[in-house]
Design a protein around this ligand. Structure first.
Ligand SMILES: Nc1ncnc2c1ncn2[C@@H]1O[C@H](COP(=O)(O)OP(=O)(O)OP(=O)(O)O)[C@@H](O)[C@H]1O
Length: 252
């Protein structure tokens, strides 16, 4: 049996008197794509920041193991050096620098060919985008793709992708799926965070987060079914607007 790359053991975290992570357990094998589903506010990003070691996300209890080593006390940069990376929910920062340069920032050695491959992997023509500035003229979807290209170029051992699908249209989702599979085939382990249950199908395994706890772990289809059956995906629509068009009494 393969040892786990990442093991989260009984992780608890509270902020301002609120329990955000409640005895979370999760284990990912090397090269596995694990999809973490959950509604808005269920604690998915909090878990991502805690695994990454972001400031202010020190757990109150529990352990994070990476290749069997306890990394709970390591800083964000120490974890990054081990090959853990987080693609932020907010797209590319570092305003103003060329896209190609932004993508090469996280690479151990600058590699122009890898930058080109990364842009192609997210379906952004390198000749068109490589020298464009990372700034407000890029659309939200383009910025998101650039963030993913940067993660791909980095060749992390563990990539935490927090809502890579947000701001991406359904057609482009296929590009994202292809990229995630490609990363896994190249040996990267992926924790894919999303609230879109159709994305669960990319995973080798999946889990459902609910109110800071892992409520279900299983194969992607089972987890997806559980999510649909137990989480309210479509809140009750508001009362239809009264436009004065209702038939008056006596009219049919
Ligand atoms: N620093 C904080 N202090 C207090 N509450 C917080 C803090 N950070 C997050 N929360 C709360 O914790 C809960 C979980 O937030 P989190 O961002 O982890 O959810 P999420 O599942 O990633 O949601 P989304 O899908 O909307 O991104 C939310 O109710 C949020 O308001």
């Amino acid at each position: 049996m393969k040892p786990y790359l990442l093991e989260i053991k009984d992780l608890c975290l509270s902020r301002e008197g609120r329990v955000l992570l409640n005895h979370v357990n999760l284990a990912l094998k090397p090269g596995e794509i694990h999809v973490l589903l959950g509604l808005n506010g269920s604690g998915k990003s909090t878990l991502a920041y805690t695994i990454m070691g972001c400031s202010g996300y020190t757990p109150d209890h529990g352990q994070i193991l990476f290749e069997g080593r306890d990394i709970t006390g390591l800083s964000l940069s120490e974890r990054a050096r081990l090959g853990i990376t987080l693609a932020w929910q907010e797209p590319a920062r570092f305003e103003g620098i060329p896209v190609g340069k932004y993508i090469s920032l996280g690479m151990k050695e600058p590699d122009r060919q890898r930058v080109i491959e990364a842009l192609e992997a997210v379906a952004l023509p390198p000749a068109q985008y490589g020298y464009r500035a990372v700034d407000k003229t890029l659309s939200g979807g383009e910025r998101k793709r650039i963030e993913l290209a940067a993660v791909y170029a980095m060749r992390p051992r563990l990539a935490i992708l927090d809502e890579p699908d947000s701001g991406i249209d359904a057609l482009s989702l296929t590009d994202i799926e292809r990229l995630i599979r490609r990363m896994a085939n190249e040996g990267c382990t992926i924790l894919l965070i999303t609230h879109r249950d159709e994305l669960a199908e990319i995973g080798d395994s999946a889990s459902l987060m609910c109110l800071g706890s892992i409520a279900f772990v299983g194969d992607p289809q089972e987890t997806r079914r559980f999510y649909r059956d137990h989480c309210r995906l479509h809140p009750t629509p508001p009362e239809p607007l009264k436009l004065g068009l209702e038939p008056k009494e006596g009219q049919s």
